[in-house]
Design a protein around this ligand. Sequence first.
Ligand SMILES: CC(C)(COP(=O)(O)OP(=O)(O)OC[C@H]1O[C@@H](n2cnc3c(N)ncnc32)[C@H](O)[C@@H]1OP(=O)(O)O)[C@@H](O)C(=O)NCCC(=O)NCCS
Length: 163
Amino acid sequence: MKIRKASNSDKGNISRLHIASIRKLCGSYYTQQQLNAWTSVLAPSVYDQALKEKLFLVAEDSQKDLLGIGILDFENTEVSAIYIHPDAVGKGVGSKLLNEIEKIARNNGIFEITVHSTLNAKGFYMARGYSEQELTFHNLPNGSKLECIRMLKILHKYAEQRH
Ligand SMILES: CC(C)(COP(=O)(O)OP(=O)(O)OC[C@H]1O[C@@H](n2cnc3c(N)ncnc32)[C@H](O)[C@@H]1OP(=O)(O)O)[C@@H](O)C(=O)NCCC(=O)NCCS
């Protein structure tokens, strides 16, 4: 498995993976209506801004098929997204993407990192050292809201002393 920066030519595959991941892996925590509203906006062009402004990583296998995506928002010091293809879950891809994101965050002087985790991914982030902060809501295009959990991880030892 290889992790690399995403490019514009990945947008179609990213969109397909993102939609498949939400539909297959988030369905037990969110309603069909929420899944529809959530995925309806995920056309390839929706990733343009993130590709320009954020660290956008993809994990791919030896055939160059996408296994997962991971996004770090430097400005807000947060993990914007980690989505794994449904056929690739439970094989360490999510952990590898998160490790890489945290390494790059540290190298850029980010001391604390947050994530607005989906309800289904809370256990994944807790197992990787994130602690639950508060319930938050992600606004969907149809006006409904997606319940999420803001989670926090301290990346530097000296930052730990402040809490
Ligand atoms: C959550 C997600 C990113 C995890 O990716 P993954 O590649 O399956 O995770 P890994 O294989 O690296 O698993 C790492 C560890 O977390 C555990 N884990 C994975 N998903 C978990 C979950 N939902 N709840 C509890 N533990 C979980 C694994 O058992 C594993 O534990 P181990 O290290 O003790 O063996 C993936 O399931 C996913 O894409 N979910 C749907 C999209 C989503 O909700 N993303 C989060 C957006 S904020």
